[in-house]
Ligand binder design. Structure first.
Ligand code: F0G
Length: 357
């Protein structure tokens, strides 16, 4: 790969190289992922009487947190001489895999549940040139197929069962601590395949072990109610939620997620689609457009607050995992206001705005 000049934030392989399995032979792959904003949520903080920050992972190059793990997984696949990466995905993993594969000069094969991937994510995979196979089935079935076919075909699996993915995703926890100068008291995060909550816990634990922080946060993970396998204690054959990114009924990192919640004194819980939709709207009022699945973190915070589980003055971080632009259909479907269509002259506009002043 060309080693040209790279001004600005150099990406996570470079910035966090001491924490990642980088060798001299690892390609210096980057789309300058990471360094995402930690946005102070004024309105939510005031309403909940605590300090709420939004870690906006939608600001990553392909619009989701997946880029942090994908850059490591694809760089290591290339280092190992692989030519093709493969993944199952509810959309974001596939967009990220397709982008980093293109960047690294590898092929990407992606398996998606037909009809259940937000349009923006699909458009990304198409534009990045991935080979896309839409299965008549759900994410869990797609992942099972990937596990079966990858090895014989010599393809590298870049789902979060690939350990490099979680290593890369830890860096979001590092960034939060680096930005705040400490760990938050609690972290709220959506749970789908359960890799990300596990990665954050690894990250906080690593910083704690290296004495960069003196306490670790309580970890609160939230599944969608119709896909809450961990909460129910058994896989769900037909998971359902409008937050399609977390429409997953048999999370691959189930045990790790449970351990993160238990060891930290947190919990895995679930939130209803209506609560996700409400949080989706509240996040937008802070000026941040996140996709529906991301809003499960804020919906979870609101739920715990109602239950008396949030202390006054606490510092909490809600992870907003993906960009709202990926799923414009959800935004339009849930919108309370739509565009007024009027003739193109000032009078018509004045009339249309009559109610305002
Ligand atoms: N939020 C978004 C926007 C996601 O895309 C995902 C997972 C999650 C949360 C849940 O994270 O699986 O680590 O617990 N998306 C995967 C995908 C499954 O294929 O893009 P998790």
């Amino acid at each position: 790969m060309a080693q040209g000049v790279r001004p600005g934030w150099p990406g996570i392989l470079e910035v966090y190289r001491d924490f990642l399995p980088i060798t001299e032979r690892t390609p210096r792959l980057t789309l300058h992922e990471g360094n995402t904003p930690l946005v102070y949520a004024d309105k939510l903080s005031e309403r909940l009487e605590c300090h709420v920050y939004l870690k906006f992972e939608g600001a990553n190059p392909t619009g989701s947190f997946k880029d942090r793990g994908m850059v490591v997984a694809v760089a290591k696949a290339k280092e190992a001489g692989k030519r093709v990466v493969i993944c199952a995905s509810t959309g974001n993993t596939s967009a990220s895999a397709a982008a980093y594969a293109a960047r690294a000069g590898l092929e990407a094969v992606i398996l998606i549940p037909h009809g259940y991937v937000a349009l923006g994510k699909l458009a990304q995979a198409v534009q990045y040139g991935a080979r896309i196979v839409a299965i008549r089935g759900n994410f869990d079935q797609a992942l099972a197929i990937v596990r079966e076919v990858a090895d014989p075909l010599g393809m590298e699996v870049v789902n979060s069962i690939n350990p490099y993915r979680l290593m890369g995703q830890q860096t979001a926890a590092f960034e939060i601590c680096d930005t705040l100068g400490r760990a938050p008291d609690a972290l709220y995060i959506p749970v789908g395949n359960a890799g990300n909550i596990s990665a954050y816990w690894m990250g906080f634990t690593r910083y704690y072990d290296e004495k960069r922080i003196d306490a670790r946060p309580k970890m609160f993970g939230f599944e969608a109610e119709g896909a809450a396998a961990i909460v129910r204690g058994e896989p769900i054959e037909h998971p359902e939620t409008f937050a399609t990114a977390i429409r997953i009924g048999n999370p691959a990192s189930w045990d790790k997620a449970v351990r993160a919640a238990q060891e930290s004194g947190g919990a895995i819980d679930c939130v209803a689609d209506e609560a996700i939709a409400e949080a989706y709207r509240l996040i937008a009022q802070e000026g941040v457009f996140a996709e529906p699945a991301s809003a499960a973190s804020v919906a979870g915070l609101l739920k715990r607050h109602r239950e008396g589980g949030v202390a006054r003055g606490e510092t909490v971080v809600c992870v907003l995992t993906g960009n709202g632009l990926k799923d414009p259909d959800s935004a339009m479907r849930l919108a309370s206001e739509e565009a007024l269509v009027v003739d193109g002259n000032p009078d018509a506009v004045r009339r249309a705005l009559g109610g305002l002043s």
